[in-house]
Design a protein around this ligand. Structure first.
Ligand code: ADE
Length: 277
């Protein structure tokens, strides 16, 4: 996969040289190019922002600097893709970036990210590349421009959000993980349940023993125990996810556990029983 990132703080992306992401870059599985937006400025102060039209606090990133940069960078992103090139702007006022989105984007041959700072990027930039696209005659095409938030909180800029998205996307590229099985059973893949608690040796640590069933060697019982723990944890911490489950896809034991946890499973999706808090 080929990833281009534009930012006024390219140093943020040094962390992507660590661990599995670093290895993926060394092996060529991931080609990451980080561009400094200030390289496309023309004034002595390398300014990238200006006051908001209409008034208000803070500064807004100038469309012209972004456009000069993207006009040059995007044809490189698009070169590796036959499909519509994807351009993503992290934005706290946007749809949530989910595991499903990460899964979809992990199939893309290339993605470009534009990191906004201050009050964000002039809104015309996203509209321009969505509707008019790249100006170069050889690469002329509109882009699949998207905006995503990584959560309901506000960061100082898009850099950390883009690091999060890149990590979530690239670890799903086939061949990225040493053991691909570890992806199959984790939270948010497939059924939206939180992952059960995991333990390692020693089986008793500071007087606390792991649940004895895990050392029983009975795989069916271990699977059932873990599934029940997932249901229990999700019911307590993320009841919104339980409400999304398809009751018809639940087995008899799942139903029994959910009923004991205070859910009514007779409809299409679980609903809280009235006799529980
Ligand atoms: N920029 C600032 N806050 C953000 C968030 N929560 N998600 C994505 N981009 C952001």
């Amino acid at each position: 996969m080929h990833i281009d990132v534009v930012s006024v703080f390219p140093e943020y992306f040094h962390i992507l040289e660590l661990s599995l992401l670093g290895k993926a870059q060394q092996s060529g599985l991931l080609q990451l190019r980080v561009h400094n937006l200030r390289d496309w400025t023309h004034d002595v102060h390398h300014s990238v922002d200006d006051t908001p039209v209409g008034g208000g606090a803070g500064m807004v990133m100038k469309p012209e600097t972004w456009a000069e940069c993207l006009d040059e960078v995007l044809p490189q992103t698009a070169a590796t893709s036959h499909a519509k090139p994807i351009l993503i702007f992290p934005n706290p006022s946007a749809p949530l970036f989910t595991q499903e989105v990460a899964q979809e984007l992990s199939q893309a041959p290339s993605i470009a990210f534009g990191c906004g700072r201050y009050e964000g990027i002039d809104a015309r930039v996203a509209d321009y590349y969505r509707t008019i696209g790249m100006p170069d005659v050889n690469t002329r095409c509109t882009l699949d421009v998207r905006e995503y938030s990584i959560g309901d909180y506000v960061l100082n800029g898009g850099e950390v959000a883009v690091c999060v998205m890149i990590e979530a996307i690239t670890r799903l590229i086939p061949g990225f993980m040493g053991n691909p099985e570890s992806i199959v059973k984790e939270s948010y893949t497939g059924e939206p349940l939180l992952e059960y608690p995991q333990y390692t040796r020693p089986t008793t640590w500071r007087g606390i023993s792991v649940p004895p069933i895990l050392t029983s060697g009975d795989h069916a019982k271990v699977d059932r125990f873990r599934r029940d723990k997932s249901l229990e944890k999700t019911s307590v911490l993320r009841p919104d996810l339980i409400q999304c489950l398809d009751c018809h896809a639940l087995d008899k034991a799942d139903r029994k556990t959910l009923i004991a946890l205070g859910w009514n499973v007779s409809g299409a999706h679980p609903v809280r029983s009235h006799n529980t808090h």
